[in-house]
Design a protein around this ligand. Structure first.
Ligand code: NDP
Length: 304
């Protein structure tokens, strides 16, 4: 296959590109900055990777077998009104560009599948309820972002198979939540954030990449699929397991007011959570390499 990918230079994208290339597929990296992408993929000239800036996306998408859409401004920063606007607009604009390019392509050059990222934030937050793909959307800002992001992807031509993956917190060595948590634990300053009772719906990087890959190649994967491990944990449990695996105590809870002082409204990303279950992935027979957080963390610690 030839797969065009937005956000390919990011945490999930880099691992996805590695997997596709090692399985002998061709990749077109759709980026905002060719020079940045060339640093991320220095091997591009001889490895089946082509790097394309925004003016070249249309040509790349035409003739690709598939498109994966991962682009978006990171959400784990202090939210100002401008940042909130950019968090939403970056996702909607990138998705809109991708969908336009696919829809404009002549039928014989149109990719047959679009796999588009979204997030478990779609469901809102709860300490007591569980959510699956049939659950309704929440009422907070992140739910609204996810609804609009998904709605934009749904504008893709109806002959294109659309898979929307509602991704949980991705655990891997080189990015995402763990890259922020591990240094704190290593400095003996790790512990649950806020009450620790909030749900933490996580997924190992390899599993989310495999889920995207299956969505590309398996025509039964269609519509919304939760990208979370089958065993979510409360944040306090996640912190205890992380402390054990890396041999550091998890004794220093960070109080809610301190997190709010640093992240403002964006603190909701870490202070509130949701218990999201991968019902569709399991119905489809997807096999999770890491169903339990302890095994996932052990595997990541071995890579460090
Ligand atoms: P990263 O933040 O690592 O990378 C996203 C990529 O998006 C960047 O490499 C960049 O690509 C592009 N990007 C960054 N800022 C902007 C912007 N302002 N406008 C347009 N594009 C931008 O993301 P992840 O790999 O962690 O996640 C991929 C997707 O999955 C994201 O949309 C994220 O919201 C979603 N997701 C991730 C989760 C996680 O835990 N990691 C959890 C839930 C959802 P370039 O510079 O090449 O254009």
């Amino acid at each position: 296959m030839t797969v065009s990918i937005t956000g390919a230079t990011g945490f999930i994208g880099k691992r996805l590109v590695q997997k596709l290339i090692s399985d002998d597929h061709k990749v077109r990296v759709l980026t905002r900055s060719k020079s940045k992408a060339q640093v991320v993929f220095p091997e591009q000239n001889y490895s089946g990777i082509i790097i394309a800036e925004e003016g070249e996306w249309e040509k790349c998408i035409q003739g690709s077998t598939a498109v994966v859409n991962l682009a978006g401004l990171p959400i784990s920063t202090r939210w100002s009104p401008e940042i909130k606007r950019d968090i939403k607009q970056s996702r909607i604009n990138a998705t809109s560009k991708v969908v336009d390019c696919i829809n404009k392509a002549p039928a014989d050059l149109r990719p047959s599948v679009l796999v588009s990222a979204t997030a478990v934030g779609y469901y809102g937050t709860s300490e007591t309820h569980s959510f699956d793909e049939t659950s309704r959307s929440g009422k907070d800002y992140l739910s609204e972002v996810c609804r609009e992001w998904e709605a934009k992807a749904q504008e893709v031509n109806s002959d294109v198979r659309l898979v929307l993956i509602r991704i949980g917190v991705v655990l891997g060595k080189d990015g995402g939540a763990l890259a922020k948590m591990i240094p704190l634990f290593m400095a003996f300053a790790g512990g649950p954030l806020g009450s620790g009772q909030q749900w933490f719906s996580w997924i190992h990087l390899d599993d989310v990449v495999n889920l995207i890959y299956e969505s590309l190649v398996n025509p039964s994967y269609k519509g919304v699929i939760n990208g979370t491990a089958p065993n979510p944990v409360r944040l306090s449990e996640m912190c205890t397991q992380l402390g054990e695996v890396i041999g550091r105590p998890s004794w220093l809870p960070v109080p809610e007011f301190a997190i709010k002082a640093v992240l403002g409204e964006g603190a909701s990303v870490v202070l509130d959570g949701q218990r999201v279950l991968p019902v569709r992935a399991q119905e489809l027979g997807f096999s999770f390499k890491y169903p339990y957080v302890k095994n996932a963390l052990r595997a990541i610690a071995k890579e460090m």
